[in-house]
Design a protein around this ligand. Structure first.
Ligand SMILES: [Zn+2]
Length: 619
């Protein structure tokens, strides 16, 4: 089966290599790149580097490198088509089945995404420009949101009308069945037509990890609104509630950076925190925390802090989530807020610093549970105490790591003056029950680490390519067609002396001559040779990144004009070529001279080349 190039491009565009690799490798942000321990060779200090900007990875330890497809092919031993299929499924892009034409299904997914995008824009416009939307805008501003935050989260307003959105979407060419499928309109019971699901509400677009709008949350803002405070989109072919975390697309970089995530309940809590500088925050809006959501978050971090607001019903559900989190072998801490406060109100009243203090004071989930039981008086009677300790051991039993379990059991024994042996016996019983249950419901395990260990390669410059050719190749890979055309206008490709450089150049030239768009990631796919792929990724991902200091200061050292850099490389290559030809001509001249022949022609030739050399030098 052949997958059209345009579909492969769609998949590439809908996929973030950092997300994909992040599911296999724990990574930290370093400058513009992410680094982690290489899954392809044994190492103690990370040299495996992923560039979000270039959508490529490269290991400076063993030399493996490529794009997102290459990673899956190498790591999971997949064929190209299998890797494409896997990423298509992840991105919600349907591929044609063999022998069967379901182009309709592909377009349905795409149409739903287009619909949600159009709806998000429409709602945002309503918020910012309509008289009626001012009500919701006032609500957001009253909650302290800046216009930049409102724009960044794409907040909006759905008009208080039965058909405003329906009519808009019809004018935009979306058909009613699609609108219903996307959850934006509801079919009338008598079948006589459709009406808008969201009416007179503040709108929160819900996005996929890659940042595409897939659904909406809608908050009540009008006094006469009889419906629930929040209404969400129903499940649709592109929206599975239990697998979506609100705000993840805004939070993923910060989560990796800070190495932990904050989990809150509501849209407004999340947005306020984000605006106050706590960007590593996600919300489980619209549902109690699910195992799928935790697994999703677990791709980015192994540490979660629950922000606990004692007064809220939702928080009790979030707390129940604490047990689920422990089961996924993720550390969970709890940051309780003062009575009557949620993150939003705390930050507005006392500022970001007060919230940071609460985070700093976060305790382990077990300690939090113990404190809660104690506060409720559970320890005041012998029966109560036995029950409370059993509940705590139950929580310890959720931990996957035996060392952690032992540590916490000893802590409990000490704290509550119970024999360790009693607690360990209790724990054994709990483990037996829980593991049977867990085994039954545990979802697909993570792919095992690669079995094959690569031989580490010597690091350093791509082998055998003269530095000027290597740098020029890098400039062309980075800047694409425009640079290739510029270079071609200046020199003949034969000046590239390295066969390796020529092979990579040829692929770029081929794309360029066909008038196709290309980038370095696509060149990687077109190279059959693994060594060539690695050279491209090593060229694209520089080992040494701008220091954090520069980034924090908000400025980067000025980059020289790429054409000036290219001119410099070209000059070096021309000089090298001229020097070789001059030396060769001298040799020929000497031979002729020994044979007593006329050497005037050689002399003229050498002079001409020396003049050319001077000219190159003077540029
Ligand atoms: Zn490696």
């Amino acid at each position: 089966m052949r997958i059209p190039d345009s579909t492969i491009d769609d998949i590439r565009n809908a996929t973030d290599i950092v997300d994909v690799i992040g599911a296999y490798v724990r990574m930290k942000k370093r400058g513009k790149n992410f680094i982690g321990l290489c899954p392809f060779h044994q190492e103690k200090t990370p040299s495996f580097t992923v560039s979000a900007e270039k959508q490529m990875f490269h290991c400076f330890g063993c030399g493996v490198g490529g794009n997102v497809f290459t990673f899956l092919m190498e790591h999971d031993k997949l064929s190209f088509i299998e890797a494409v299929r896997m990423l298509a499924e992840r991105a919600g892009i349907r591929l044609p089945e063999e022998g069967r034409d379901d182009r309709e299904e592909i377009t349905e997914q795409e149409k739903l995404l287009a619909l949600c995008r159009a709806a998000a824009i429409r709602f945002h416009d309503n918020l910012m420009t309509s008289v009626e939307g001012a009500l919701a805008l006032e609500y957001f501003r009253h909650r302290g949101l800046t216009d930049a935050t409102i724009a960044s989260f794409g907040l909006g307003y759905a008009m208080n009308s039965w058909d405003d959105f329906f009519s808009f979407a019809r004018r935009e060419g979306f058909d009613p069945a699609l609108l219903e499928k996307g959850g934006l309109v509801v079919r009338r019971e008598d079948g006589s037509g459709y009406y808008d699901r969201f009416r007179g509400r503040a709108m929160f677009p819900i996005t996929s990890p890659a940042g595409r709008t897939i659904a909406f949350g809608a908050r009540k803002v009008r006094e006469d609104d009889q419906l629930a405070k929040y209404i969400n989109s129903p499940e649709t072919p592109i929206y599975n509630k239990s697998r979506v975390l609100y705000g993840l697309s805004h939070a993923k970089d910060a989560i990796r950076d800070k190495e932990y995530a904050l989990l809150v309940e509501g849209y407004m809590d999340l947005i306020t925190l984000h605006q106050a500088g706590f960007q590593n925050v996600v919300a489980s809006s619209g549902t109690a925390l699910t195992t799928e959501q935790i697994q999703l978050l677990g791709r980015y971090t192994k540490r979660i802090t629950l922000v606990y607001d004692a007064d809220s019903a939702g928080s009790k559900a979030t707390l129940r989530g604490g047990d689920l989190i422990l089961e996924q072998d993720i550390d969970v801490r709890v940051a309780p807020l003062p009575a009557g406060e949620d993150p939003d109100s705390l930050i507005r009243k006392q500022g970001a610093k007060a919230f940071q203090e609460k985070l700093d004071a976060a305790t382990s989930f077990l300690e939090f549970r113990a404190a809660q039981l104690q506060a409720s008086g559970a320890f005041s009677t012998p029966e109560g105490k036995a029950q409370a300790i059993r509940a705590l051991v139950e929580t310890v039993g959720r931990m996957r790591d035996e060392l952690k379990r032992t540590f916490f059991i000893k802590r409990l024994a000490e704290q509550y003056d119970v024999y360790e042996s009693v607690l360990f016996r209790e724990l054994e019983g709990v483990l037996g029950r829980q593991q049977t249950a867990a085994r039954a419901e545990r979802s697909t395990p993570r792919p095992a680490a690669a079995e094959s260990q690569r031989q580490p390669l010597p690091t350093g410059q791509p082998q055998g390519i003269p530095p000027a050719e290597r740098d020029l190749l890098k400039l062309m890979l980075e800047h694409g067609s425009a640079m290739v055309r510029y270079v071609r206008g200046e020199i003949d490709p034969v000046l590239f002396t390295s066969p390796t450089a020529r092979a990579i150049l040829d692929v770029m030239l081929r794309h360029d001559e066909a008038g196709e768009y290309w980038d370095a990631g696509m060149i990687v796919d077109d190279l059959d040779d693994a060594t060539l792929k690695r050279i491209v990724t090593e060229l694209m991902i520089s080992r040494y990144e701008i220091s954090r200091g520069w980034q924090e200061m908000g400025s980067e050292p000025a980059q020289p004009d790429p054409r000036i850099m290219a001119d410099d490389c070209i000059a070096k290559m021309q000089l090298r070529s001229l020097d070789e030809r001059i030396a060769e001509t001298y040799r020929l001249m000497r031979d002729s001279e020994l044979r007593g022949e006329d050497i005037t022609g050689f002399k003229q030739e050498i002079l001409r080349m020396q003049r050319a050399r001077k000219e190159v030098l003077s540029r």
